[in-house]
Design a protein around this ligand. Structure first.
Ligand code: ZN
Length: 67
């Protein structure tokens, strides 16, 4: 099981359904991951959600993204 950490506070995310995925950019500074639970609502993760392993180049305008 992959552990997900919030990129805003670095906390551990227990429920991936609450994560808000954002497109990653070079300007983003990710918080250092740590074991404490993430208090964010929603938690912020930069990059594609699980299942988008082959998302090419993290396009800023995803087209025809499956629901
Ligand atoms: Zn957080």
């Amino acid at each position: 099981m992959n552990q997900i950490h919030c990129h805003f506070c670095g906390g551990s995310i227990s429920d991936p359904a609450t994560v808000s995925y954002r497109v990653a950019t070079t300007a983003i500074i990710r918080a250092q991951p740590h074991a404490a639970p993430c208090p964010c609502a929603p938690a912020i993760v930069y990059g594609p959600p699980a299942g988008y392993m082959s998302w090419p180049g993290l396009p800023s305008q995803p087209k025809n993204a499956p629901k």
